[in-house]
Ligand binder design. Sequence first.
Ligand SMILES: [Zn+2]
Length: 273
Amino acid sequence: MVSRRNFLAAATMAPAGILAASSDIPRYDLHCHLNPPMTLERALQISKDRNVHFGIVEHAGHKEYYYPNLISTGEQMARYIAMLEGKPVWKGIQAEGPDWMSCFSKQMVARLDYVLSDALTLTDRGKQERIWLPTFEIGDTEDFMERYTDFNVRVMKTEPLDIMANPTFLPERLAPQYDSLWTGDRLKKIVRAAAEYNVALEINSAYQVPRLPMLKMAKRAGCRFSFGSNIHGTGVGNIDYGLEMAKELGLMRKDFFQPAKPGRKPIEIRQFA
Ligand SMILES: [Zn+2]
């Protein structure tokens, strides 16, 4: 039975309500995957229990980016959107590959609340290199860092993205050297691109990135931020790291990503050569 109290609790999870709470910081997780055994129903329950609004993202792109529920056609996208329609979530995709736009019409992509991507699958050498897998061959560390930095910039420059996820993530073997590898110059290149192309930077709870130096730089550059867990499973909705960083930085409501209004989405307004 839906009591009035439950109804009100549900209403406060609606997109319009999530920023109207006493705190100015949005309680949202915009990097929520529905991988089995996580179902939409389960995610909605966790969202309610944690009082964290969810943005669901499914991987989308050409078929060679093999993910279990990959969306590759307009028809599949329409079904995905229909599945989320009327639910108290935002509808997003995690774009895969530099050419994902060619799978869908602009109108179809514009029906989404946002498009998120990351730089974790390098494609600059004509093949997929998944840097989060233990099998990824880093090669020379400094060369990798230069290449990876440039790839981050390229992704934001050449794709109509709303959110850059997992910024500054490093392969496990390099993670202990995070602070020395992410030099000011490298961070600056990525932050500049985010500011120039108006792409929000995700503050990611799973990997606890980016760290403060980049976040401070991004705040000074006028970038916007979002919270994302990218936690597959019941940890979804954990935005503790994001909340902690937001407090540390003194972020306000205006510093956070909100889905663009119809007609103002990156897929509708950005021009590509
Ligand atoms: Zn993801």
